[in-house]
Every structure is written in structure tokens, then in C-alpha cells.
Design a protein around this ligand. Structure first.
Ligand code: AMP
Length: 429
């Protein structure tokens, strides 16, 4: 052993009062509160699914040839079961929707979630092995208004948290019949250039040519300029759906840019695909992404298809974007209402009982659990941002009244023990 244990690379602890927003528990609470408030405003209901899922659900749902399934899954066997630590939540949510017959609930299902996800990627700024996603899904709606709702709720979260300068990129991927025709055309275009492609793209040429559009390599991007365009192969219905969605976004005043090369890293998307980017947070600029996934339910075993659309966003990248925007989030530890200071064993016992009485009255109260000097305890009260310090020593025990110090003004009064809770509650609420 060389010293104490540390967190595994690509994971981190969230601590009270941390200067770094990603690792600061108050920043998390603030963001989670705001996200929930936006979700409730848009009438989404919360869903929570297990971290462990059957590996085959993820493999089938996301697609064997995707990076996530082929090289980034944390999966392991126990007995005859293969488990995966979920890399995302859309496939698990569709599983839950089918398993619990949520389609029988009236109307469309509007679900939101927040929680950890796991991918064995190379850690770097904005990219972790345990990261956290929030997102929303609408299941049971093929109307383009569902796509617009999903984009609107996603944008509302960033607005609520003070993140401007975001770019919404939008594309349509067509349906499962039009896509193979595009694959063939793209392949036919790229094959003559195969020797100029990177190894990754060359592999994709046979297995998943659409993903080549995703390349960040400059000379490949140049090569793609002359490639056939997906939109020219898209079926009529998908094209109409896309036109309506764009009109709806215009109605809502949500700006977007059309990006014919936008594809997503997951196989299950049909029609709408989108990504939200922020260019001030480094190489990992994708804040969120999503789209329509009408085929996913059948991929994971449903006899009937379920039209659905959703978005998934990274919490850590949201924090980086908030940093870049200089957006305020609560930082520093939450101040307490009252700090109890006691001197002597008997006073300590009394103060300890009083703690619970004041808490029962709804106050946020704390005390030192050592036996420090009055000065040291006062310093702790200050550091905790206490509005009042309540002091109990021998004399207070004799008279049955505590000293109450208003920490901001420094004024001190005496209050009988039984009147303390009421006195403090009226002054702190
Ligand atoms: P995806 O499911 O790949 O579309 O990811 C949705 C969002 O999750 C991305 O836009 C990122 O914000 C976030 N994300 C994905 N992978 C990671 C990761 N390894 N570390 C941090 N955030 C991630």
C-alpha cells in the first residue's frame, strides 16, 4: 500500500463547499432543484430505474456496433446473468415502460430522470467514467409537437441555469426503410477513398457507414463535403415531420441550425436527431443530445412499436457551461440558523437536548461535539454562517435563561429556555 486509497480515475467525490462546481454538493443541489422545477412546469413525471440492467437490453437497444456497446460497457457476469452498469437511461426507460404497461396510463407518458451512468471512456475534461445524466422522454406520441416539447424542455433547463450561447443542431435521419438506401449511396461514394480514411472510419464503412459522418478528422470532413446527403434519401413522411418540427421551433422562438451531417452515437434514432452544443467548454462540447426512437421498443422485445422521443444531457458539462457563462449557483456551505455554544459538562448535556427542541421547531441548528473554548466555539459559529449563537454555561443553567447573540449586529439578549424556540423562529423565518 502506498498511502490512503483514492477515487478511481474518471470518477470524483462531491464535497460540501468545493470551489470546483462539478465537485461541489451545493452546486448539485441547486442544479437538481432547478431541473426538477423546470420538469414539473412542463408536466414531466420522475422515473427511477436500477443502475444494473441486463447486458442484452443495452446491447440490443443501443446497437452492437456502437462505441458504447462494443468498447465502453462496464459489464460482468454473476451466475448465469450478465449485468451492465447502465451507460444511459433511454433503453432502461423503454424496458420499464413495457414491463409495467405504462401505455395503459392515459395519454402520453412524459417522464424525466436524473442519475449516474457509466462508460469506460478515456477520462478528460468533461468526460468521466461515472458521469450523470438528466433527461426527458415522451412515449406514445408520433406528433412533431412531442419532438418540439422535448427540445423546449431541454432548452428551458439551460435557460433557468443561466447558460446562454448554446447551439441547437438539428437533422432528420429518416425511417428504417430509407436509411439502408443512404448507407449504400454513402458507401459507394466513400469506397474509392477508402485508403484515405482512418482505421476507425474504414471499419465503419462496412458495419455502420452513417457514423463516418460523425468524424472530427479534418481531411475526412473535407472528403464528406461531396458525399450524398441524407436528407435527399429521407422518406416523404419523415421529411414532412421535419418541416413541421422546424416550424414549431420557430413558433416557440427556439433557434436551431440544420446540420445534414449530424448523426448520433446510438443506433436507435429515427427521424429527428439533435444535439445541443456549447463552444466554451473545451473539446467535449456536447451538452445534450437526443431524438426520436420509434424502433427502440421493438428492438428490446415489444411486439408493437412505440413512437417516442427524448433528450439526455450531462450534468458535468452543464456545470462547465455554467462556469463559462459565469452563472451563479449557490456555493459555500448552507448557513445555519443557530449555533449552540456550551461550556462545562452539564451545560453540554442541556445544550444537546436543546438542539433537538430547536430542530423540532424547524430551525437549522448545530453545535460543536468537542469541548472547545468559548472563543473556538464562537469561531465555528461564524464559519457556519450562523445568524444566532445561543450560549449556555453554569450561570445560564442557574437562571434558566440562555444568552442569545445576533451574529450580524453583535447585540446580545437573555431568553428563558422555554421561550427560545419561539424567539428564534420568529426572527429567522
Ligand atoms: P449520449 O447518451 O452519448 O448522447 O450523451 C448525452 C450527454 O451525456 C452528452 O451530450 C454529454 O453531455 C453527456 N455525456 C455522455 N458521455 C459522457 C461522459 N463520459 N462524461 C461526461 N458526460 C457525458
Amino acid at each position: 500500500m502506498t498511502g490512503p486509497f483514492k477515487t478511481i480515475e474518471g470518477t470524483y467525490d462531491v464535497l460540501p463547499g468545493s470551489k470546483n462546481r462539478v465537485t461541489c454538493s451545493e452546486a448539485w443541489q441547486h442544479a437538481e432543484r432547478e431541473i426538477r422545477a423546470v420538469m414539473y412546469r412542463f408536466a414531466f413525471e420522475e422515473i427511477r430505474t436500477p443502475i444494473l440492467e441486463p447486458t442484452s437490453l443495452i446491447a440490443r437497444g443501443i446497437g452492437q456496433l456502437t462505441d458504447i456497446v462494443s468498447k465502453e460497457m462496464f459489464s460482468f457476469e454473476r451466475g448465469r446473468t450478465s449485468y451492465v452498469m447502465r451507460p444511459e437511461l433511454t433503453a432502461p426507460i423503454v424496458r420499464a415502460y413495457l414491463q409495467h404497461h405504462l401505455a395503459q396510463r392515459p395519454g402520453q407518458q412524459r417522464l424525466f430522470y436524473m442519475g449516474p451512468c457509466f462508460r469506460a471512456e478515456r477520462p478528460q475534461k468533461g468526460r468521466y467514467r461515472q458521469f450523470h445524466q438528466f433527461g426527458a422522454e415522451i412515449l406514445g406520441a408520433d406528433d412533431a409537437r412531442a419532438d418540439a416539447e422535448i427540445i423546449a424542455v431541454m432548452m428551458a433547463v439551460y435557460e433557468a441555469l443561466g447558460v446562454g450561447k448554446v447551439t441547437l443542431r438539428l437533422n432528420t435521419l429518416g425511417n428504417s426503410e430509407s436509411r439502408p438506401r443512404y448507407y449504400e449511396a454513402l458507401k459507394a461514394y466513400l469506397v474509392p477513398y477508402a485508403d484515405q480514411l482512418t482505421t476507425t472510419s474504414r471499419e465503419r464503412l462496412d458495419r455502420n457507414p452513417l457514423r463516418i459522418l460523425d468524424t472530427k478528422v479534418a481531411h475526412e470532413r473535407d472528403l464528406l463535403h461531396g458525399a450524398p446527403r441524407l436528407i435527399d434519401f429521407v422518406d416523404e413522411e419523415s421529411r414532412t415531420h421535419f418541416e413541421i418540427l422546424k416550424e414549431l421551433l420557430q413558433d416557440l422562438g427556439l433557434p436551431y441550425v440544420e446540420d445534414p451531417f449530424l448523426v448520433r452515437g446510438l443506433d436507435y434514432y429515427t427521424r429527428t436527431a439533435f444535439e445541443l452544443e456549447h463552444y466554451g467548454i473545451g473539446a467535449q462540447s456536447a451538452l445534450a443530445g437526443g431524438g426520436r426512437y420509434d424502433l427502440l421498443a421493438t428492438l428490446v422485445g415489444s411486439r408493437q412499436s412505440v413512437p417516442a422521443v427524448g433528450f439526455a444531457a450531462g450534468m458535468e458539462r452543464l456545470f462547465l457551461a455554467m462556469d463559462d457563462a459565469g452563472s451563479v449557483s449557490q456555493s459555500g456551505t448552507m448557513p445555519v440558523d443557530v449555533w449552540l455554544i456550551s461550556l462545562g459538562k452539564k451545560a453540554e448535556r442541556n445544550a444537546f437536548k436543546l438542539l433537538q427542541v430547536l430542530r423540532a421547531a424547524g430551525l437549522r441548528v448545530c453545535c460543536d461535539l468537542g469541548s472547545r473554548s468559548m472563543k473556538a466555539q464562537m469561531r465555528l459559529a461564524n464559519r457556519a454562517g450562523a445568524r444566532y449563537a445561543v450560549i449556555i454555561a453554569d450561570r445560564e443553567l442557574e437562571t434558566g435563561a440562555a444568552q442569545v447573540k445576533d451574529m450580524a449586529s453583535g447585540t446580545q439578549t437573555t431568553q428563558p429556555f422555554e421561550a427560545l424556540a419561539k424567539y428564534l423562529v420568529t426572527r429567522t423565518s
